[in-house]
Design a protein around this ligand. Sequence first.
Ligand code: G3I
Ligand code: 9MR
Length: 599
Amino acid sequence: MKRFASGFCFILLLLLFFSCGGKAGEAIHVNQIGFHPLAEKTAVVTDQKAPDAGIFHVIDEETGQVAWSGNATATGTWTWAGARMAVIDFTEFQAPGIYRIQNENGQLVSPRFAIRDTAYVPLTRAALRAFYYNRASTALEPEYAGRWARAAGHPDTLVLIHASAESPDRPGGTAISSPGGWYDAGDYNKYIVNSGISTYTLLAAHEHFPGFFGGLSAGIPETGDGMPDILSEARWNLEWMLTMQDPGDGGVYHKLTSPQFSGVVMPHEDTDPRYVVKKTTAAALNFAAVMAVASRVFEPHDPGFASLCLSAARAAWEWAVAHPEVYYRQTEMNERHRPEIATGEYGDADVTDEFDWAATELYLATGMPEYRQALDTERLLDPVVPNWRDVRALACISAARQFMPDGLAAGRADLSPADRRLADASAQCILNLAGTLRDEYRASALRVSMGHDRRDFVWGSNAVAMNHSILLIQAWRLTGERSWLDAAQANLDYVLGRNPTGYSFVTGFGSHTPMFPHHRPSAADDNSDPVPGFLVGGPQSGQQDGCTYPSNLPALSYLDDWCSYSTNEVAINWNAPLVYVAGALQAIFQDKKTGTTGL
Ligand code: G3I
Ligand code: 9MR
């Protein structure tokens, strides 16, 4: 898409929006994809003043008939958007079809949505295919990429060792080959810690829901080769990550990057030199954790690859133990080395969580006591929502799954005392954190856990919502209680349109979606619509890009414009939890494994 179309289309969208009924500040927001028949189903009415707790109708789009009627309940002000809310709960309505919601006089009308058994199958597939669209070093063929086919770019077969990364065997300026992997985001660089958590999340999706994800066909070149597509896609990045390890010492380069962000060009048009930059402790540990998980997940499919991953993981761990405090500080590095590097930092001055995560995954993969002894179980009790910089909760997720595959109630009697301690700490870690999220969902005027902490509205806030849901789904798996699922569903509703901006934040999925994401291929190609299946970063009031926003309120500070890289970029670590959550909810409802409250 040529980006200068944006102003014109923005005005057109505004006109369309206001001609669709409803006054400014008054609207019905709903998940624009829709629901599985068994899911909790809510819509919200927002109003600057006070939404009436009046009657609302679910209208069948085909017949125009009223299919369900009920009241909206005023829930108070959702401070993140400074607006009063009322919630319409139509969970009891389960009939498949296509619907809209409107008030009695028909002045307020929601976007259309579906209720269907396969509610999230196309979305999950598209969100996974987004990874394929972001593959580096390969052409995207029309057979798989359709209108978004493109030439290969960034072969990365001659990548220079940056001065910050040199070692005796690999002096600065010499070249290594490091092809493949995914572009991180809307830029064309590849960063270990961010691709690590993204790859983990895809591997976990398959590990936790093998039935659904094992059968999900993504229409990628590997489809039909006997390997689940989600594992093939993850392997595309794992193979790249393996090339980022220095075979001389086991250390892992922090990133593979051009010195500056490229212009708004297609991949093959960006021919700037590329470098691997500085080995860091965070990169080594993140790599070690993900490779250990990969060894576990790939064991039944490809034992040779699994064992390669495990050796790489162990070597990276050894490097990190010997270099426990090598942090990535770009400004400092630029004072000492040339060329200057200006791309994404992904800096992290606390790697205790990376140590805990890597130790846990290596222990789960090998059973070797040395890894368990390196783990501080106490620290697992105080986790935060997982993100590229804080991965401690991932240790809890993996250990809880490994030791309690059938949930808490199934018992842990046959575990050794040490494993039992780890199992209990992991369960507590998940239930404590998920508990605060569920409390917020229950108390929230918007009925979402987003906003449980003011840091929820950060750069990439939509992924915070999805990572909340991953935790809530773990709590459901441990306990079987339905309410965890309802809270998880609520955040998916939020990113798909039940939010005060009225956007479904996934490109191509919904009736009001981002058209101008900060994604170079989407901006530089000839298509009028962006590459589909990408979750954009979402609202947050940092406004680090200096664009002009419609509001300074955290949940309204969003702009569908190329300019807005702080709210409208796409990124692999934002899409991976979308894949997980959409697929997990589909799998769960599909299997009707909805726990003790029954459905
Ligand atoms: O560390 C502070 C914390 O102390 C403070 O309380 C908080 C308040 O907002 O900010 C914290 O730092 C934030 C940091 O992320 C860690 O969460 C910064 O404000 C915030 O600007 C920073 O955003 C990161 C952004 O890059 C800029 O560095 C995003 O998390 C990260 O997703 C994003 O990643 C970029 C890559 O650099 C390049 N590729 C695209 C990708 C997506 O936009
Ligand atoms: O395009 C870049 C985007 O991918 C990054 O996430 C973002 C933050 O690091 O930076 C963007 O590049 C901008 C640069 O930082 C400042 N000049 C404008 C660039 C975007 O047009």
